[in-house]
Design a protein around this ligand. Sequence first.
Ligand code: PGA
Length: 248
Amino acid sequence: MRKPIIAGNWKMNNTASAGVALVNELKPLVENANCDVAVCVPAIDIPAVAEALKGSNIALGAQNVHFEAKGAFTGEISADMLKEYGVKYVIIGHSERRQYFGETDETVNKRTLAALDAGLVPIVCIGESLEERETGKTEDVLAKQIREGLKGIDDVSKIVIAYEPIWAIGTGKTATAEQANETIAFIRKTCGEVFCPKCAEKVRIQYGGSMNAKNCKELMAMPEIDGGLIGGASLKAPDFATIVNYDK
Ligand code: PGA
C-alpha cells in the first residue's frame, strides 16, 4: 500500500512570520491526518518554519536545491544547508522553474541525484502543456521527462513524482479525476519499464494543478493518485487541512 502524501507548495508566498502563523494555524487541524503531510516553503522561511513545526506531524520541504555540494554558485542553496534545518522533501523541476528559470530535464536529473545522495526526498514535477495535450503528445512528453529527468536513479520509489499538467496550474482548470488517473497510470507503467515493475508499484505519484478543498475527495478516490501537490489552496490553513483530511 502506498501512503498518500499531501504537500503544500507555497511558491513565492509568505514571509517567515506569515509562514509561522500559517503553520501554527495548520498544526491542530491536521494532527490526526492519515497521510504524510508537508509544506514546501521559500528557502528564507525555512529556519523559522522548521522551529514552528517541531513536534508536529508536518514535514518540511524546500522548493529547489542546487546539484553541487558547495562552491561558487551565487544565489544557490545546497542540500546540506537544507538538511541542517531538518528539511525532508525538495520540489525539483516545477513547471514554473522550467518555464521561467531555464530548468531542463538534465538539470532536474542532476538535482534529483544530488538530493537523493544527501538523503532528501525529491518531489519531481512532470507535466505537459495545453498544446502538447491537444496535439496528442502528452505521453511522449512525460516519457521523455521520466527517462531523462530520472536517469540513473537506482530505486524510483525513493522519490515522489508530481504529475502537474501545466494547463491546470493556478488556472482553476483541474484535470478530471479520470484524466489524472489515466495519465498517472501511464507514468507508473513507464517507470516500470525504465526502472523495475516493483519500484513502479511503490512510487508515490501525486496530482497537482488547481487541487482544492472541493475537488480533493474525487481526485484522491482514484486508485493511481497517491496525493497532491497543492499551490494556491495551501496558503489557507482551513483549505489545506480539508485536503489533508480528504478521507474523513
Ligand atoms: P495550484 O499549483 O494548486 O495553485 O494550481 C500547484 C503547483 O503548482 O504545484
